[in-house]
Design a protein around this ligand. Sequence first.
Ligand SMILES: [Mn+2]
Length: 321
Amino acid sequence: MTTGARKTILPSGRVQPRFAGISTFLRIPHIDDVAPENRPIDWAIYGIPSDAGVTFRPGARFGPRAIRAASQYIKPYLIEQAVHLAEKLSLADAGDSPVSPYSCKQTLEDASLFASRLGDPKHTKLFAIGGDHSIAFANLKATYERRGKPSGGLAIIHFDAHMDTVDEVWGEKWGHASPFRRAIEAGYIDPKSMISIGIRGTLNDPADLNYAKQQGVTLITFDEWRKNGPQLLAAFISKLAKRETYLTFDVDAVDPAFCPGTGTPVAGGFTSAEALAAIRSLRGINLVGADIVEVLPDRDVSEITATFAAQLLAEILGLNA
Ligand SMILES: [Mn+2]
C-alpha cells in the first residue's frame, strides 16, 4: 500500500507500521525498485560501512545500519522547511558500497567506483553515509567527477569538531584525520570556498591548523559560532551564489551530550537543535553531494546519535527540494 503518485513511493506509515519490514534509509525504495516514471533518481543514498581510518574508538562501520533503523520514524514532510521530500524528489537507497576493511586506500577506491555507477551519471546526486570521515574523500571524488570536474573544485561546507587536514597519522595518509587535505591536493574541493564550522577543544600542536589557514579555508570555532556564526555562514553562502557545493557533516560537531555515539568526541559543541537550525539556514544552496559520518552505534545511548543523523539526512535532502 502506497501513498499515491509521488516522486518517491513510500509505504504509508498509517498502513505499514514503521517498526515492520526491511529497513532502507527513510523507508525509500531500494535503487533497483524505483518505478520507471521516477527515474532519473535525484539522490542515491548509500552506506560506506568502513572504520578502517579511525584514530580512536572504532565501530563507525555499523553507522549505516543504525541510521537506516533510526530513520524508519522520519516522515516525508519537513515542518520547518515546508518541504515534502517524497513529492519533490526521487530518492533511492543504493545499499552499501564494497569495502576493504584492512585498507583505507582500497576502501576509498572501492567506494568511489561503486558510487560512480549509481543512478544517472548526469543527474543523480550522491549521498554517502559513513563510516568514519575518511569516506568523504570517496564521495567527493565521485561527486566531482560526476559534475564534470568543475575547474577550481567544489565549494564545501564542513561541520566538525576537527579540521581533518592532518597530513598523516601512524604513517597512514587516507585515515579520518586527513580527507580534506587529500581532497584539496586532488583538486576536488576549493579551499578558498571551504568553511569548517564547530572546530573546538584541543590539538596535538597549534601548527595542526596551519595547513587549512594557509590554503585559505574559513574556520569557525564553536565559540565563534556562538558569537556570530550564523551571520558568518550566511555571508559565506551569499558569496558562493549558485556555485556547486558539497556538504559534509561529522556528528562530532555536535556536543557528545547530544551525539554520544561517535569515535572522537569533544565536549562543548552544538546542541542537536542548533545543528539542525544551522543546516536549515543553508536552504537554497546549490547542493551537489553530501555525507554524514562518524556515527558509532556501540557507543550510542538510546539511539540518540542515530536519531539525530536520521533527522539530519532528511533536512539535508530538503535543502534543494
Ligand atoms: Mn571529521
